[in-house]
Write a protein that binds this ligand. Structure first.
Ligand SMILES: NC(=O)c1ccc[n+]([C@@H]2O[C@H](COP(=O)([O-])OP(=O)(O)OC[C@H]3O[C@@H](n4cnc5c(N)ncnc54)[C@H](O)[C@@H]3O)[C@@H](O)[C@H]2O)c1
Length: 313
Protein backbone atom coordinates (compact mmCIF):
# COMPACT_ATOMS: atom_id res chain seq x y z
CA UNK A 1 0.00 0.00 0.00
CA UNK A 2 1.41 3.37 -0.99
CA UNK A 3 0.68 7.08 -1.12
CA UNK A 4 0.45 8.45 -4.67
CA UNK A 5 1.89 11.95 -5.17
CA UNK A 6 1.51 13.59 -8.58
CA UNK A 7 3.76 16.56 -9.40
CA UNK A 8 6.24 14.97 -7.00
CA UNK A 9 9.32 16.57 -8.61
CA UNK A 10 7.99 20.06 -7.99
CA UNK A 11 8.79 22.35 -5.11
CA UNK A 12 5.97 21.22 -2.84
CA UNK A 13 5.85 17.64 -4.17
CA UNK A 14 9.45 16.82 -3.33
CA UNK A 15 9.15 18.22 0.21
CA UNK A 16 5.93 16.22 0.68
CA UNK A 17 7.60 13.07 -0.69
CA UNK A 18 10.56 13.49 1.70
CA UNK A 19 8.27 14.05 4.70
CA UNK A 20 6.12 10.97 3.96
CA UNK A 21 9.22 8.80 3.44
CA UNK A 22 10.58 10.11 6.75
CA UNK A 23 7.33 8.95 8.38
CA UNK A 24 7.93 5.44 7.02
CA UNK A 25 5.33 5.54 4.23
CA UNK A 26 5.79 3.99 0.80
CA UNK A 27 5.46 6.62 -1.93
CA UNK A 28 4.66 6.37 -5.63
CA UNK A 29 5.93 9.65 -7.08
CA UNK A 30 4.67 10.72 -10.51
CA UNK A 31 5.93 13.61 -12.63
CA UNK A 32 6.31 14.47 -16.32
CA UNK A 33 9.18 16.94 -15.62
CA UNK A 34 7.42 19.59 -17.69
CA UNK A 35 8.48 22.18 -15.11
CA UNK A 36 9.94 20.07 -12.27
CA UNK A 37 13.47 18.75 -12.04
CA UNK A 38 14.72 15.15 -11.88
CA UNK A 39 17.63 16.49 -9.81
CA UNK A 40 15.21 16.95 -6.90
CA UNK A 41 15.17 13.17 -6.43
CA UNK A 42 18.96 12.81 -6.24
CA UNK A 43 19.12 13.12 -2.44
CA UNK A 44 15.86 11.35 -1.63
CA UNK A 45 16.15 7.85 -0.05
CA UNK A 46 14.98 5.34 -2.67
CA UNK A 47 14.06 2.22 -0.64
CA UNK A 48 10.39 3.10 -0.12
CA UNK A 49 10.08 5.25 -3.26
CA UNK A 50 8.82 4.23 -6.69
CA UNK A 51 9.15 6.90 -9.37
CA UNK A 52 7.01 6.95 -12.52
CA UNK A 53 7.78 9.47 -15.27
CA UNK A 54 4.37 10.09 -16.83
CA UNK A 55 1.78 12.75 -17.56
CA UNK A 56 -1.14 12.55 -15.13
CA UNK A 57 -3.44 12.46 -18.15
CA UNK A 58 -2.05 9.00 -19.07
CA UNK A 59 -1.25 7.49 -15.68
CA UNK A 60 -2.38 3.94 -14.89
CA UNK A 61 -1.82 2.47 -11.43
CA UNK A 62 -2.30 -1.19 -10.55
CA UNK A 63 -0.80 -1.21 -7.05
CA UNK A 64 -3.12 -0.63 -4.08
CA UNK A 65 -3.04 2.93 -2.74
CA UNK A 66 -3.87 4.41 0.66
CA UNK A 67 -4.32 8.05 -0.42
CA UNK A 68 -3.59 10.47 -3.28
CA UNK A 69 -2.04 13.96 -3.18
CA UNK A 70 -2.70 15.49 -6.61
CA UNK A 71 -0.27 18.38 -7.17
CA UNK A 72 0.70 18.04 -10.84
CA UNK A 73 0.15 21.25 -12.80
CA UNK A 74 2.54 23.56 -14.65
CA UNK A 75 3.01 26.74 -12.59
CA UNK A 76 4.74 30.10 -13.06
CA UNK A 77 3.71 33.29 -14.85
CA UNK A 78 6.12 32.95 -17.85
CA UNK A 79 4.64 29.48 -18.52
CA UNK A 80 1.25 31.14 -19.15
CA UNK A 81 2.68 32.24 -22.50
CA UNK A 82 4.65 29.10 -23.40
CA UNK A 83 2.58 26.13 -22.10
CA UNK A 84 -1.01 27.35 -21.51
CA UNK A 85 -2.57 24.28 -23.19
CA UNK A 86 -0.56 21.98 -20.90
CA UNK A 87 -1.91 23.91 -17.87
CA UNK A 88 -5.48 23.48 -19.11
CA UNK A 89 -4.90 19.81 -19.91
CA UNK A 90 -3.49 19.13 -16.41
CA UNK A 91 -6.46 20.95 -14.86
CA UNK A 92 -9.10 19.08 -16.88
CA UNK A 93 -7.81 15.75 -18.22
CA UNK A 94 -5.04 15.18 -15.66
CA UNK A 95 -7.21 15.66 -12.59
CA UNK A 96 -10.09 13.64 -14.12
CA UNK A 97 -7.81 10.65 -14.67
CA UNK A 98 -6.42 10.86 -11.11
CA UNK A 99 -9.93 11.26 -9.65
CA UNK A 100 -10.94 8.11 -11.54
CA UNK A 101 -8.05 6.27 -9.83
CA UNK A 102 -9.30 7.58 -6.45
CA UNK A 103 -12.83 6.43 -7.34
CA UNK A 104 -11.72 2.94 -8.43
CA UNK A 105 -9.48 2.44 -5.40
CA UNK A 106 -11.88 4.18 -2.96
CA UNK A 107 -9.05 6.24 -1.40
CA UNK A 108 -8.94 9.80 -0.04
CA UNK A 109 -7.79 12.45 -2.53
CA UNK A 110 -6.36 15.92 -1.92
CA UNK A 111 -6.10 18.52 -4.70
CA UNK A 112 -3.77 21.51 -4.43
CA UNK A 113 -5.70 24.41 -5.89
CA UNK A 114 -4.57 28.00 -5.67
CA UNK A 115 -5.39 31.49 -4.39
CA UNK A 116 -5.50 32.28 -8.14
CA UNK A 117 -9.11 31.02 -8.14
CA UNK A 118 -9.94 34.39 -6.50
CA UNK A 119 -8.40 36.27 -9.48
CA UNK A 120 -8.22 40.00 -8.74
CA UNK A 121 -10.22 39.95 -5.51
CA UNK A 122 -12.65 42.67 -4.47
CA UNK A 123 -12.87 41.22 -0.95
CA UNK A 124 -9.98 41.33 1.55
CA UNK A 125 -9.06 38.92 3.05
CA UNK A 126 -10.62 36.17 0.94
CA UNK A 127 -12.75 33.52 2.72
CA UNK A 128 -13.40 30.27 0.85
CA UNK A 129 -16.99 31.43 0.24
CA UNK A 130 -15.74 34.33 -1.95
CA UNK A 131 -16.34 33.26 -5.55
CA UNK A 132 -13.61 35.43 -7.08
CA UNK A 133 -13.14 37.93 -9.87
CA UNK A 134 -11.60 36.17 -12.85
CA UNK A 135 -11.53 37.03 -16.55
CA UNK A 136 -11.99 33.83 -18.60
CA UNK A 137 -10.25 35.53 -21.55
CA UNK A 138 -7.38 37.03 -19.52
CA UNK A 139 -3.71 36.08 -19.88
CA UNK A 140 -3.80 34.28 -16.51
CA UNK A 141 -6.96 32.33 -17.36
CA UNK A 142 -5.23 29.03 -18.32
CA UNK A 143 -4.08 28.75 -14.70
CA UNK A 144 -6.83 30.69 -12.87
CA UNK A 145 -9.76 29.18 -14.77
CA UNK A 146 -7.87 25.88 -14.93
CA UNK A 147 -7.76 25.67 -11.12
CA UNK A 148 -11.44 26.70 -10.96
CA UNK A 149 -12.62 23.96 -13.34
CA UNK A 150 -10.34 21.46 -11.56
CA UNK A 151 -12.15 22.35 -8.30
CA UNK A 152 -15.51 21.90 -10.09
CA UNK A 153 -14.47 18.46 -11.38
CA UNK A 154 -13.33 17.51 -7.85
CA UNK A 155 -16.63 18.63 -6.29
CA UNK A 156 -18.52 16.72 -9.02
CA UNK A 157 -16.66 13.48 -8.18
CA UNK A 158 -17.57 14.00 -4.52
CA UNK A 159 -21.27 14.53 -5.31
CA UNK A 160 -21.71 11.99 -8.12
CA UNK A 161 -19.15 9.28 -7.30
CA UNK A 162 -18.74 9.70 -3.54
CA UNK A 163 -14.96 10.20 -3.78
CA UNK A 164 -13.49 11.49 -0.52
CA UNK A 165 -11.83 14.49 -2.20
CA UNK A 166 -10.68 17.67 -0.47
CA UNK A 167 -9.29 20.92 -1.88
CA UNK A 168 -6.54 23.17 -0.53
CA UNK A 169 -6.16 26.69 -1.95
CA UNK A 170 -2.50 27.55 -1.52
CA UNK A 171 -1.29 31.16 -1.14
CA UNK A 172 2.42 31.70 -2.09
CA UNK A 173 4.48 28.93 -0.58
CA UNK A 174 8.28 28.98 -0.57
CA UNK A 175 11.18 26.91 0.66
CA UNK A 176 13.79 24.36 -0.38
CA UNK A 177 13.62 22.64 -3.77
CA UNK A 178 12.15 25.33 -5.96
CA UNK A 179 13.14 24.76 -9.55
CA UNK A 180 16.09 26.63 -11.05
CA UNK A 181 13.67 27.84 -13.73
CA UNK A 182 11.15 29.06 -11.16
CA UNK A 183 10.10 32.63 -11.98
CA UNK A 184 8.10 33.24 -8.80
CA UNK A 185 9.05 36.25 -6.70
CA UNK A 186 10.63 34.49 -3.71
CA UNK A 187 13.18 32.29 -5.54
CA UNK A 188 14.19 35.15 -7.85
CA UNK A 189 14.74 37.62 -5.02
CA UNK A 190 16.55 35.07 -2.83
CA UNK A 191 19.00 34.13 -5.59
CA UNK A 192 19.66 37.80 -6.40
CA UNK A 193 20.29 38.57 -2.71
CA UNK A 194 22.63 35.63 -2.22
CA UNK A 195 24.75 36.78 -5.17
CA UNK A 196 24.64 40.47 -4.14
CA UNK A 197 22.94 41.25 -7.47
CA UNK A 198 20.42 44.09 -7.76
CA UNK A 199 17.03 42.95 -6.45
CA UNK A 200 14.50 43.56 -9.22
CA UNK A 201 11.04 44.73 -8.21
CA UNK A 202 8.12 45.12 -10.61
CA UNK A 203 6.62 48.62 -10.44
CA UNK A 204 7.02 50.50 -7.13
CA UNK A 205 6.86 47.29 -5.06
CA UNK A 206 3.60 48.29 -3.33
CA UNK A 207 1.80 45.10 -4.45
CA UNK A 208 1.08 42.93 -1.42
CA UNK A 209 1.57 39.21 -0.90
CA UNK A 210 1.60 36.71 1.95
CA UNK A 211 4.20 33.94 2.23
CA UNK A 212 4.13 30.56 3.94
CA UNK A 213 7.11 28.24 4.33
CA UNK A 214 6.72 24.77 2.82
CA UNK A 215 7.59 23.45 6.31
CA UNK A 216 4.32 24.98 7.56
CA UNK A 217 2.41 24.13 4.39
CA UNK A 218 2.98 20.36 4.51
CA UNK A 219 1.41 19.90 7.97
CA UNK A 220 -1.51 21.92 6.53
CA UNK A 221 -1.90 19.39 3.69
CA UNK A 222 -1.87 16.54 6.25
CA UNK A 223 -4.48 18.36 8.37
CA UNK A 224 -6.89 18.76 5.45
CA UNK A 225 -6.30 15.18 4.25
CA UNK A 226 -7.07 13.85 7.75
CA UNK A 227 -9.77 16.20 9.01
CA UNK A 228 -11.13 18.16 6.02
CA UNK A 229 -14.66 17.64 4.74
CA UNK A 230 -15.02 16.06 1.28
CA UNK A 231 -16.05 18.56 -1.40
CA UNK A 232 -14.85 21.57 0.63
CA UNK A 233 -11.99 23.98 -0.05
CA UNK A 234 -9.55 25.23 2.62
CA UNK A 235 -7.29 28.29 2.25
CA UNK A 236 -3.70 27.55 3.30
CA UNK A 237 -1.05 30.23 3.65
CA UNK A 238 -0.14 33.14 5.88
CA UNK A 239 -2.32 36.02 7.06
CA UNK A 240 0.67 38.35 7.41
CA UNK A 241 0.91 40.77 4.47
CA UNK A 242 4.14 42.15 3.03
CA UNK A 243 4.59 44.54 0.14
CA UNK A 244 7.14 43.26 -2.37
CA UNK A 245 9.39 46.15 -1.29
CA UNK A 246 9.14 45.00 2.35
CA UNK A 247 9.90 41.45 1.22
CA UNK A 248 13.01 42.63 -0.66
CA UNK A 249 14.23 44.55 2.42
CA UNK A 250 13.57 41.53 4.70
CA UNK A 251 15.50 39.24 2.34
CA UNK A 252 18.45 41.68 2.15
CA UNK A 253 18.55 41.94 5.98
CA UNK A 254 18.10 38.20 6.67
CA UNK A 255 20.78 37.17 4.15
CA UNK A 256 23.22 40.03 5.00
CA UNK A 257 23.21 40.85 1.30
CA UNK A 258 24.88 43.86 -0.34
CA UNK A 259 22.16 43.94 -3.03
CA UNK A 260 20.56 47.22 -4.02
CA UNK A 261 16.94 47.53 -5.17
CA UNK A 262 16.14 48.10 -8.85
CA UNK A 263 12.63 48.92 -10.11
CA UNK A 264 11.46 47.36 -13.40
CA UNK A 265 8.30 47.53 -15.49
CA UNK A 266 5.32 45.81 -13.94
CA UNK A 267 3.53 43.12 -16.01
CA UNK A 268 0.00 44.40 -16.79
CA UNK A 269 -1.76 41.34 -15.32
CA UNK A 270 0.22 41.28 -12.03
CA UNK A 271 -2.29 41.01 -9.15
CA UNK A 272 -2.31 43.80 -6.59
CA UNK A 273 -3.35 42.16 -3.34
CA UNK A 274 -4.33 38.79 -1.98
CA UNK A 275 -4.67 37.58 1.59
CA UNK A 276 -6.28 34.41 2.90
CA UNK A 277 -8.91 34.24 5.57
CA UNK A 278 -7.67 31.16 7.46
CA UNK A 279 -10.57 30.67 9.88
CA UNK A 280 -11.60 27.36 8.30
CA UNK A 281 -8.20 25.66 8.45
CA UNK A 282 -7.51 27.08 11.93
CA UNK A 283 -10.74 25.34 13.05
CA UNK A 284 -9.18 22.03 11.92
CA UNK A 285 -6.20 22.75 14.22
CA UNK A 286 -3.54 24.02 11.78
CA UNK A 287 -1.48 27.15 12.57
CA UNK A 288 1.46 28.80 10.81
CA UNK A 289 4.54 28.46 13.05
CA UNK A 290 7.49 29.92 11.11
CA UNK A 291 8.06 33.67 10.63
CA UNK A 292 9.06 35.01 7.22
CA UNK A 293 12.66 35.43 8.44
CA UNK A 294 12.82 31.81 9.75
CA UNK A 295 11.38 30.49 6.49
CA UNK A 296 13.90 32.55 4.46
CA UNK A 297 16.81 31.16 6.54
CA UNK A 298 15.68 27.56 5.83
CA UNK A 299 15.31 28.26 2.10
CA UNK A 300 18.73 29.96 1.97
CA UNK A 301 20.43 26.97 3.63
CA UNK A 302 19.07 24.83 0.80
CA UNK A 303 20.13 27.19 -2.03
CA UNK A 304 23.65 27.40 -0.56
CA UNK A 305 23.93 23.58 -0.32
CA UNK A 306 22.60 23.22 -3.88
CA UNK A 307 25.09 25.75 -5.25
CA UNK A 308 27.98 24.01 -3.46
CA UNK A 309 26.99 20.72 -5.13
CA UNK A 310 26.35 22.32 -8.53
CA UNK A 311 27.89 25.79 -9.00
CA UNK A 312 25.96 26.25 -12.29
CA UNK A 313 22.62 26.10 -10.38
N1 LIG B 1 4.05 26.95 -4.57
C1 LIG B 1 3.02 27.78 -4.46
O1 LIG B 1 3.15 28.89 -3.95
C2 LIG B 1 1.65 27.37 -4.94
C3 LIG B 1 0.60 28.31 -4.83
C4 LIG B 1 -0.67 27.93 -5.27
C5 LIG B 1 -0.91 26.66 -5.76
N2 LIG B 1 0.12 25.79 -5.86
C6 LIG B 1 -0.17 24.47 -6.45
O2 LIG B 1 0.50 23.44 -5.74
C7 LIG B 1 0.95 22.44 -6.66
C8 LIG B 1 2.45 22.24 -6.52
O3 LIG B 1 3.07 23.50 -6.69
P1 LIG B 1 4.65 23.65 -6.79
O4 LIG B 1 4.98 25.00 -6.27
O5 LIG B 1 5.31 22.48 -6.21
O6 LIG B 1 4.78 23.70 -8.38
P2 LIG B 1 5.98 23.17 -9.29
O7 LIG B 1 5.80 23.84 -10.61
O8 LIG B 1 7.27 23.30 -8.58
O9 LIG B 1 5.61 21.61 -9.42
C9 LIG B 1 4.59 21.11 -10.24
C10 LIG B 1 5.07 19.77 -10.75
O10 LIG B 1 4.05 19.18 -11.56
C11 LIG B 1 4.66 18.58 -12.69
N3 LIG B 1 3.62 18.50 -13.73
C12 LIG B 1 3.00 19.53 -14.34
N4 LIG B 1 2.06 19.07 -15.19
C13 LIG B 1 2.10 17.72 -15.11
C14 LIG B 1 1.35 16.68 -15.73
N5 LIG B 1 0.36 16.94 -16.60
N6 LIG B 1 1.66 15.40 -15.42
C15 LIG B 1 2.65 15.10 -14.52
N7 LIG B 1 3.39 16.06 -13.91
C16 LIG B 1 3.11 17.35 -14.19
C17 LIG B 1 5.80 19.50 -13.04
O11 LIG B 1 6.81 18.87 -13.83
C18 LIG B 1 6.31 19.88 -11.64
O12 LIG B 1 7.31 19.00 -11.18
C19 LIG B 1 0.54 22.91 -8.07
O13 LIG B 1 -0.68 22.30 -8.38
C20 LIG B 1 0.33 24.39 -7.88
O14 LIG B 1 -0.62 24.89 -8.79
C21 LIG B 1 1.40 26.11 -5.48
Amino acid sequence: MATLITGAAGQIGINLTKELLKRGKKVIAVDSFITGSEKNFSLVPKEQLQFIECKTELLKIDQPLTEIYHLACPTGVPNLKTIPEEMISACVLGITNILNIAKEQKVPFLFTSSSEVYGSPEVMPQPESYTGNVDPLGERAPYEEGKRIAETITATYVRKHDVEAKIVRIFNCFGPHFSEKDQRVMPILLKQALHDLPITIHGDGSQQRTFVSVFDLIPGLFTVMEKGVAGEAYNLGSEIKYTILELAKTIIKTTNSKSTIEYTERPPHDRNKRQPNLTKIHALGWQQKLSLEEGIKLAVEYISQQEQQDPSA
